[in-house]
Design a protein around this ligand. Sequence first.
Ligand code: F6P
Length: 345
Amino acid sequence: MSLRIGVLTGGGDCPGLNAVIRAVVRTCDSRYGSSVVGFQDGWRGLLENRRIHLANDDRNDRLLTKGGTMLGTARTHPDVLRDGLPQIKQTLDDNGIDVLIPIGGEGTLTAASWLADEGVPVVGVPKTIDNDIDCTDVTFGFDTALTIATDAIDRLHSTAESHQRVMLVEVMGRHAGWIALNSGLASGAHMILIPEVPFDVEELCRLIKRRFQRGHSSFIVVVAEGAKPAEGSMELRVGGTDEFGHERFTGVAHQLGVEIEKRINKEVRTTVLGHVQRGGTPTPHDRVLATRYGVNAADAAHAGKTGQMVSLRGTTVGLVPLAEAVKQLKRVPRERYDDAAEFFG
Ligand code: F6P
């Protein structure tokens, strides 16, 4: 049976969003003869009824390798979304949408589960470079960010060695340290700091000194932007919250670098990778995962399997209830960090 499907991309952008859109549009058209409406700039497009028709044409086909999102995206405060649910439902009705496919992270998928609770048919697709969505092994975008971060840290090794420096690299990872953990492991970093495990500056300084005393010529620390010092270890500036209700970071790596220089006689340099990690073309892994998510989301929508999120378990893409997926974030388990700690110092 052919349907009218809505799609949107919400939250921070992420390599692979366009590949999901392409796969949804293509599968809807070629498998089911269904049409697809794209809502622009995340939930805002539904609040303001801004949308475009997405055709299974040459432009769609060329989306596979493009970074960003052709639909645009935006962050929306959760209160605005809650209050806007009646308007969102109205826009879906006005456009004759049978099933909505929101592609996004924690915030977007939480709003999707609110809609599902109110009886709106939705199928969520998990995205985020942070890889912190629960009930799926991995989100698309993560592999691309990891590849970019690893490449950057690989490059810092040689300059750190030439100058006998301590190099701090700040990577993204608001609540979960997956990018820091895996890029640190992949690039042979000497310390990894993640939001899940408060760090002790004194202990870090001890490891740095010991490494140089043993004759090594560099020390690389990968710092997740959400990493926090253990209580009493050092002061970290407080940034409050932004207009979307998110903690505003104040640059943990820079502040830690100053602290290390103060405590030990070593030159420190800090690199903040920032949004470079979210830009550009997705890796082959993310292109494939995003495509599989898109095809499976379109299939689920047509099979009436709504209130679900597509998810990767092992090598299989399946469905999990949206309500389960948004209950908590997927953080780095302590034992994973302890394994990585074998390589610290
Ligand atoms: O949630 C993904 C993420 O990339 C976080 O790692 C980061 O803190 C945040 O988005 C940055 O958001 P913005 O693009 O709004 O600055």
